[in-house]
Design a protein around this ligand. Sequence first.
Ligand code: GLA
Length: 558
Amino acid sequence: MDVRTSRPHLPSFILMTLLVAMVCGMTIAGFAAPRNGKPLAATPPMGWNDWAHYQCDFTAQTILTNAKQLVKSGLAAHGYNTVTIDDCWMQKDRDAKGDLQVDPQRFPQGMKPVAQAIHAMGLKFGIYEDAGYETCGKFAGSGVPDGGGSDHFLQDARLFASWGVDYLKLDGCNVYVPAGGTQADAYRKAYAAESAALKKVGRPTVFSESAPAYFQGTPDWYDVLSWVRDYCQLWREGTDVATFDPAKPDRPRFHSVLWNYSYNLPLGRFQKPGNWNDADFIIGGDDGMSLAETRSQLALWSMMSAPLILSSDLEKLSSEAIAILSNKAVLAVDQDPLGKTATLVRRNQIMDVLFKKLSGGSYAITVLDRGPSPIQVELHPADFGFSANSGCRLEARDLWSGTNQSATSTLEANVASHDTAIWRIRPSSSCGTPTRTGTIVMIAVGSHHHEFIDHYTRCLTASGIVEDCAGTSAETWTMTPSGTLKSGGKCLAVADSKTAMQACSASKAQHWKYTLLGNLVSADGACLTASGPDDQSAPLSISACGHNQPDQIWSLPN
Ligand code: GLA
C-alpha cells in the first residue's frame, strides 16, 4: 500500500492557494486589497458602539447584550452589522512582552471569546485604540511613548488580528510631538504607521481615524482632512456628540446633533466612496432625543452619506425608534453607491433645505426645522437646479409616510419643530440634468463651538458680502461645469482686482477654479476673499491665496 502524508504536492498547493485567494477576491500580498473588487467600506459603515451611552461603565455582558439586541431588533439585518468596543477595555500598562492587557474586571474571559460570540451572531467585531501614548481615558495607547521611543502599532495590530478584529477606531488623544516637529506631522506619522501595520498584518480591517478632530477650528484642519483619506476608510473630524449622563437622563441632546451636522455638512469635498467623513454616533432613540429628533438625525446623516453607528442602550429603544432607524428607504439614501454629501440649498434662522444626487437618476430632498415651532415651505424643481420650464414634474415619495405624489411641480413640506421631512424624487425628462445649485458658505471664524450653530456658516450673497444665511434668493448660486458662479442671472467676475456681478460671458474674468482645500481661484491665480468671515460691511476682495486662510475657504454646491 502506498502510504502518503497528507501534505499536498507543493506546486498544486500553491495553485490551490492562488485559486482560493482569487475566489475570495484577496491578493496574495496579505489580503490588504479590496474584496470582491469592492473597496472596504464602499458605502458608509454601520453598526453599534458602546461609548455615547455607557462611556466606561460597561462589561463584556453589556457588549453582548447589545449585540444580541442588534440582531433581535432586526437592526443588524438592516445593515447595522459591526459591534465596536470603545475606550476603557484595556489596562493602563502593557505586560512583560509589551502586549496590551484586557481589563479583567470587564472581560473575565479575555477578549477573544467576546469577539467569537459577536462573530457567531453574524456580526463584525470592532475595537478602539489610540494613536497616542495613552487613550483619551488614559489607558495604554498604541503610539510613541511620551518623550519618545518605539510605538506598538504593529504589535497591537497583530493582537487585534488574532482576536478577529474587523474594524479599528484609532483615536488621537495624547500624541507625542517630538521637539522641533509639528503636531500635524506627528499625527500624520502615527496614522500612516497604523495603516502600514494593518496592511502588514493583512486582515481586512475597516480603519477609522480621529486625526482631523484634533485640529478642528485651526487652519491645519484642512491639511489633515486632505491627507487622512490616504490611510483609512473613515475619520472623525470634530467634537463628540453629547453622551448619555445617568445623573441627568433627560438632558436634551439634539443641540449637539445639530452641531455635528453643521460642521460635517460643509466638508463634502473630502469624502468619496470608501473614504467617509464621520459625523459621530447616532444617538437617536436614546435618552434626551425625541422621535422627531431621531428622524432628523437619521435623515441628516443619510443626506451626508455619514457612517451610521448607533450608540444607545438598544434594549431601551422604543418600537417607534427602531422603526425609524430601520427605515429602508432612508437607509438607502445613506448607503447610495455615489456616496455624495448633500448640497445646502437654502438656510435661514430655523430651516435647512438639502439636496442629494443618488444613483439611477433619483435625488433626495430634506427640510429640517431647527426652530421651536412648525414650518411650512413650498419647494420647486428650479430650487434644486432643474429646468424652470413648466413641463418639469417630479415623482416624489415621502420616505417617512411612504406616500407618493406623482407629476408634481411643488413639494409642500409641513415640518414639526426639530423634525425633518425627506423625499426621494425622480424628475421627468423635461427637468433636464440639475446644475449645481445652492448656497456658497464660509465657516465663521471662532465658531467651532456648540453655541454658534446658527452662525457656524455664513452665506455669500450676490451683492458681494458674506452674511448670516437668511434663505434669500441672493444666496442662491449655480456653479456651471465651465467654472462660472451665477446668481440672479449674472456671473461673479474679477474686474480691476475687485469682484463684480457682470452679464455672463465666456470671459476668463468669470472663471473660477475650486480646490480641495476650499479656495475659489480666479484665472490669474488669486483667491476670492471675504472681508473677514465675521464682517458684514466690507465688500469681497481678490487677494493672493494664503494657505488655509479662513476667509478664503468656501463650501460650494456638491
Ligand atoms: C474621544 C472620542 C470618543 C470616545 C472617547 C473615549 O472623546 O471622540 O468617541 O472614543 O474619546 O475616551
